[in-house]
Write a protein that binds this ligand. Sequence first.
Ligand code: FAD
Length: 461
Amino acid sequence: MSTYARALDGAVAERLGTVVHGDLIQPGEHGYDEARRVYNAMHDKRPAAVVRAADAGDVIATVNFARDQDMALAVRGGSHSVTGYGTCDDGVVLDLSRMRGIRVDPTTRTAWAEGGCTWADFNRATHAFGLATTGGVVSSTGIGGLTTGGGMGHLARRCGLACDNLVSADVVVADGSFLTCTEKQNADLFWALRGGGGNFGVVTSFAYRLHAVADILGGPTFYPLDGDVLRRYRELIAESDERLGALLVVGLGPPLPFLPERWHGRPLCGVLACWTGPETQDDEIRARLAGLGPIVGQYLGRMPYPVINTLFDELLPAGLFHYWKGTFSKGMPDGAIDAYVEYGAATPSIQSSTVVFPIDGACHRVAPEATAFAYRDADFSTALSPTLTTREECVAHMDWVRRFAAALRPHSMEGAYVNFMDEDDQGRVRSNYRQNYDRLTTIKRQYDPSNLFHLNHNIAP
Ligand code: FAD
């Protein structure tokens, strides 16, 4: 982004400071290093200014400022983008993390959440009403990036993707206009926001449809890493009730108290269950999990729904070094299972993981052209990532994940989930949107002809 490389001069900074009510943090000021940091430590950038917006007015002012000054604009919600799109060198970071208000209407089962909420904020607020919607499985992930990219989680088989539960959004677009969009109002923008990522503007508030989900049967069950366990998992997903969320995890045994020490650091696979059906069927679910293979450790019990989304939090704090690849697949071909076993056994660290999200059920009942998220025929979405404590180690293991992704490719669909892609996957954007790419380009031209919102898996206008 060298064409944008410049710092704010005093008068320009003062102009921005007078129109923004939230915080304006510049290089050299107290708190700058904290303000410029994002979740993935691979991205160590130095913006000219970080605006922590207090409200939609600040978002409008910052968008107008960045556009008029011809500066790069990075929009940040939860800051979990593995590509580091929530920051940039020399430009303006619009950080929404102060905008975390949530209002729940239990009568219409709707929640309005400001653009900077995390899933921890959201789940806590809706759980008080015995309600929930599909969100991320690590609670510090932002609703903003996750929902606009699609949004997979424990409830996806039953309730669809996060974006399928979006009923309206308030958006600030590149010319500074504030637009409310729904299926009926600014419908093309609403269509694009449901899968098209941050390409179209800044969502200051999302409204979601909620579902009756309160306490669940959930938690991980670990097995030795073995192709037969994975084949039985594949059958479990094909046959089971959609109220069973069951992520597959392949990696090294974490040092958890319920896992015997001899399995710590050894290759394992695990099923992270989230059963939202009646408690009277809990024993059936336990029996299905026991039938997958020899259990080496299990932490399965009744818990409030928000808790299942915090079980990975401690293992994955901000500040680790990540590099990701993603795939979509129809079913789970034997060749993919062989790759999971071979490359899973070589997982470079306890934090590194292969996570397979089942996205059948309700996700399949949305037509492929109904939202920008294109892969309604995929059964699984896989995220592969070496996650390490130093940059050098992460770089050293990029080859592992690239070879792993290449081994999965013959058994995968052409595109993959934009939220599981890294910087060097920009060339795959067209195939990630498949049949929806041309319409996205048309809408991008209408709302952001100069590509102000380019720090994302970019749909060029
Ligand atoms: P940010 O870095 O803040 O933003 C990411 C992108 O979204 C940027 O391009 C940004 O401009 C845009 N954006 C953010 N907020 C807004 C907004 N309000 N309006 C417009 N654009 C916005 N994905 C899943 O689907 N399911 C999971 O369970 C899941 N788990 C994850 C766990 C971890 C530990 C990590 C690192 C990622 C996970 N992801 C998951 C991927 C995740 O969906 C993406 O990283 C997503 O971009 C994160 O959103 P964010 O708001 O935290 O990110």
